[in-house]
Design a protein around this ligand. Structure first.
Ligand code: FAD
Length: 442
């Protein structure tokens, strides 16, 4: 019996895949329903009212469970919540979950794992053969200290819900990732003023090109990496220009070497004077903020869109093969522990356009591996050797990713999916229906 921690998109597809392979499991979810951070009512959710998908629905959805045709290409988060509830109902996953149940600790035993859960103040001890962690990566705020004392309101994007927080205020948004840009755009219509403090350059992509979602062009013509970076870079330059034309820093790295910003509105609002770009913060004093350029501004609210830290509070860091000074656990394909076949990290992966389908493929590989290891299949033993040898090696497809903490678990989508597909195909070929129950299709 296995445990799955989390009923977000990742936990749900893991449940689906374990079920398909006839592997018993219990799911644990601290919220009362499925959907993870896409359920804005989940106390762990970092969603805000205006949020929509950043990747398009066709790139993101589970292939075996497409979204309704009437759903927009970039749906609202509430439609995603509905989608995950439908998914869980369709594949019969609800009955496998303990809801309102937080996993407090998982502890390795001589054989398997002890899991301690809490539901409405009551603790319960469980014994499992293995653990699948799908508790998400975007919950614990990364909140760097400001250089000085700010007398106004300080908010991290994780706590931001609606533009009402900005009404009539002079707002400074710090950071320029996808959430920072979404939130700055939100603020335009409510705040007295909106400034955006940007430390390093970003590549900005519009959400549509030629009337089609931008991320659907990715593999139309497969190109060698340097040529793709060059051609796509030219295309983006032709469509939106250089960030410095909008008063933003130009990136000192090439396209796809960090996560791009997918936002059609932020440059529009900068160009209309609704959002004022600022540089890195040098000092803060009372309501006054001075930037690296020497300019300063007065603010009532600083919103820190400074990202998240990986955090798995219910398990010892050493169990995750996660050295102190390293940004992420050192695993094979960000999933497999180099020494133990009974602990799997799911969803600790970031890649432009990986979507839930990519996460589902990850889950399928884990389910096949568990099943085939039990059967002693040569393909599973071969994968185990690869895991031992290659844990911690990033699948980067030759891209030179920025050396930043938030990029610690970033992979190259196509190379990553290819590697997963190869392993899954090898395991599938050897499926022995004689030793295990047949695949359970819904
Ligand atoms: C504003 C925003 C926009 C985004 N847009 C996109 C997008 O367009 N495309 C994309 O692919 N990704 C996007 N993401 C990334 C997002 O992380 C993934 O889409 C996806 O939600 C990750 O799924 P998950 O199941 O791994 O994690 P989560 O959705 O975070 O789910 C984890 C679940 O685990 C539960 N949990 C955590 N700890 C415990 C515990 N101790 N015990 C029990 N349960 C626990 C939580 O309650 C939660 O339900 C976006 C994120 C944000 C914040």
């Amino acid at each position: 019996m296995y445990a799955i921690i989390g009923a977000g998109p990742m936990g749900l597809c893991a449940a689906r895949q374990l079920k398909k392979q006839g592997i018993d499991f219990v799911g644990f979810e601290l919220h009362s329903d499925v959907g993870g951070l896409w359920d804005i009512d989940n106390p762990h959710s970092t969603m805000y009212h205006s949020a929509h998908l950043i990747s398009s629905k066709g790139t993101t959805e589970f292939r075996e469970f497409p979204m309704d045709p009437e759903v927009a290409p970039y749906p609202h988060h509430s439609q995603m919540r509905r989608y995950f509830r439908d998914y869980a109902r369709h594949f019969g996953l609800y009955q496998h979950y303990q809801f309102n149940t937080r996993v407090l600790r998982v502890e390795r035993q001589a054989q398997g794992w002890r899991l301690i859960s809490e539901c409405r103040g009551e603790q319960r001890h469980w014994q499992f053969e293995g653990i699948l962690i799908a508790s998400g990566t975007l919950h614990t705020p990364n909140l760097p200290p400001l250089p000085g004392e700010f007398a106004g309101e300080l908010l991290h994007s994780s706590a931001y819900k609606s533009a009402d927080s900005f009404a009539g205020k002079r707002v400074l948004v710090v950071g320029c990732g996808n959430s920072a840009c979404d939130i700055a755009v939100d603020a335009v219509h409510r705040a007295a003023s909106v400034d955006l403090s940007v430390r390093r350059g970003y590549h900005f992509l519009p959400k549509f090109i030629l009337g089609r979602p931008t991320d659907t062009f990715g593999n139309v013509i497969p190109l060698p990496r340097p040529l793709k970076q060059l051609l796509d870079g030219f295309l983006v330059r032709a469509l939106v220009g250089k960030p410095s034309q909008y008063g933003l820093p130009d990136p000192d790295y090439r396209l796809y070497e960090s996560h791009p910003v997918m936002n059609s509105l932020v440059l529009h609002h900068i160009a209309h004077g609704d959002i004022h770009p600022r540089g890195e913060i040098r000092s803060v004093n009372g309501h006054s903020v001075t930037f690296a350029s020497g300019e300063s501004g007065e603010y009532d609210l600083i919103l820190m869109a400074t990202g998240y830290k990986l955090d798995y509070p219910f398990i010892k860091r050493s169990e995750l093969n996660w050295p102190q000074d390293v940004g992420a656990p050192q695993l094979y394909l960000n999933v497999f522990h180099p020494e133990h076949d009974d602990l799997f990290m799911l969803g600790m992966v970031e890649a432009s356009g990986l979507g839930w389908q990519g996460r589902d493929e990850q889950a399928e590989l884990v389910a096949l591996y568990i099943r085939q290891l039990r059967a002693g299949s040569p393909a599973a033993l071969k994968l185990r050797r690869t895991i031992r040898e290659q844990a911690g090696r990033r699948v980067d497809g030759g891209y030179q990713y920025l050396q930043l903490e938030r990029m610690a678990y970033y992979v190259h989508k196509d190379s990553y999916r290819r590697r997963i597909a190869e392993h899954s195909a090898a395991l599938r070929r050897e499926l022995s229906s004689a030793t295990l129950p047949a695949v359970q299709e819904v």
